[in-house]
Ligand binder design. Structure first.
Ligand SMILES: Cc1cc2nc3c(=O)[nH]c(=O)nc-3n(C[C@H](O)[C@H](O)[C@H](O)COP(=O)(O)OP(=O)(O)OC[C@H]3O[C@@H](n4cnc5c(N)ncnc54)[C@H](O)[C@@H]3O)c2cc1C
Length: 395
């Protein structure tokens, strides 16, 4: 059993497969957590990147409902796994979705009404303009919704915890072992690295935005985009910013997301790149978005700034796929991988052990190719994303 990639997807699959007694080999091009799982903002979100109305329109009521329940299950599964394996990843409940225009506040209200009516989902709490100003410590937003079932974690602590549990279950980890080719030979799959080939009955592709040149079918649907984050020096104890330690994401297409760490640093993500040319000065790139929301942080000391690649799909839905019998892939969580990637890792593992009962609905999610083929998909993606990013600036 070979797993390519030691992020949430791969490590989570490894844990279940090693626990079930399979011989598991993880091949990681770099170090555990070198990909998005060790670099992300730590927001553990509810649902999918599209609301339920969108899913119902594309997939029908029944599939959309099953997907909603799966996303809910993914959240609670993450919490119970942290408990089962004694992983202290600074889990903090509470996530605010903040509307940056009155029209988007109206959309959020309509969506909440629909969810209460059609799904019996009443957990989020509405925040009016005054309440959101108080909750965020900024008057930059028109209102929002607070979801107590979502929240935030320290992503690397979560990943290391899952990795340790997988090692305890006798999974084998090989860092600095980039796979350059997967293929089949005499009824077995193989993964080729610089030093040799590993033969296996099953191979799981868990490279998400870092998988490059391995499997054209996946790479036609999952493209890496760059997302960028900074961490400030610890804020004062009496800071008005996030007094309840919520995590926040806003309604912009190029989303801003932020939270406070256990030691009161502000982790702020804002700004994306749709080409492989990343900013040289990440701190300034992100800070200019930070100060639009918190002008008083104009000269706060930034202690760390970094970027990472995450896989997105044309529909922003994950791509779960059996490429060939025995060769499976899950990726393209489009910014919601903290909850979804460990869960999809479990689904991959279940598919290896026996067919997973929800594989059918998850594999039915519409994930087409990016237009333009390998040559033109970058320019077309850049043009489309830049257009949507421009719309963030309109009232
Ligand atoms: C800056 C940033 C902020 C984010 N913020 C959030 C957030 O707040 N909330 C949220 O839900 N999601 C967020 N995400 C997305 C989330 O982190 C990802 O969806 C998730 O981590 C994907 O996990 P993964 O295991 O599939 O991939 P990754 O964690 O990217 O792991 C893939 C691994 O595969 C390895 N690999 C790739 N190719 C090969 C190969 N050929 N051979 C061997 N190894 C290989 C890579 O080295 C890497 O370690 C963010 C992402 C980024 C980059």
């Amino acid at each position: 059993m070979v797993i390519i990639g030691a992020g949430f997807t791969g490590v989570s699959a490894a844990l279940d497969l090693a626990t079930a007694g399979l011989k598991v080999v993880i091949l990681e091009a770099n170090e555990v957590g070198a990909g998005a799982s060790g670099r992300n903002g730590g927001l553990a979100c509810s649902g999918w990147r599209h609301d339920q109305k969108w899913l119902e329109a594309r997939m029908g009521r029944e599939d959309a409902r099953r997907l909603w329940l799966l996303a809910e299950d993914a959240k609670s599964d993450l919490l119970s796994r942290m408990q089962d394996f004694h992983i202290d990843a600074d889990w903090t409940p509470g996530q605010i979705f903040a509307a940056h225009t009155p029209r988007l506040m109206q959309d959020l209200d309509e969506d909440a009404d629909f969810m209460a009516r059609a799904y019996g989902h009443e957990r989020p709490k509405r925040l009016d303009r005054e309440e959101i100003t108080q909750a965020l410590g900024t008057s930059a937003y028109h209102g929002g919704w607070r979801d107590p079932s979502a929240g935030h974690i320290h992503p690397l602590k979560l990943l290391y915890g899952l990795m340790q549990a997988a090692l305890n279950a006798k999974a084998n980890l090989h860092e600095y072992s980039r796979v350059t080719e997967v293929g089949s030979d005499r009824g077995k799959h193989f993964a080729k690295t610089r030093t040799g080939r590993v033969l296996a009955d099953h191979i799981l592709l868990c490279g998400d935005g870092y998988l490059d040149g391995i499997e054209p079918d996946v790479e036609a649907r999952v493209l890496p985009i760059g997302s960028f984050v900074l961490a400030t020096e610890p804020l004062p104890k009496d800071s008005a910013i996030l007094p309840e330690h919520d995590s926040v994401m806003d309604t912009r297409f190029v989303v801003n997301y932020w939270r406070k760490t256990a030691d009161r640093r502000l982790i702020f993500g804002g700004g994306e790149k749709y080409t492989p040319n990343w900013p040289i000065d990440v701190e300034s790139f992100v800070r200019r978005n930070l100060v639009k929301i918190y002008p008083e942080l104009r000269s706060i000391q930034v202690t760390h700034a970094w970027g990472g690649a995450l896989g997105i799909t044309p529909t922003r839905l994950p791509y779960l796929h059996q490429v060939r019998p025995g060769l499976l892939s899950a990726s393209g969580y489009s910014g919601q991988g903290v909850v979804l990637a460990p869960y999809f890792g479990r689904i991959l593992a279940a598919c290896v052990l026996s067919q997973h009962r929800d594989y059918d609905v998850l594999a039915r999610m519409p994930v087409p190719h990016f237009p333009g083929g390998r040559a033109l998909r970058w320019p077309l993606l850049t043009a489309a994303m830049s257009w949507y990013a421009l719309r963030d600036k309109l009232p």
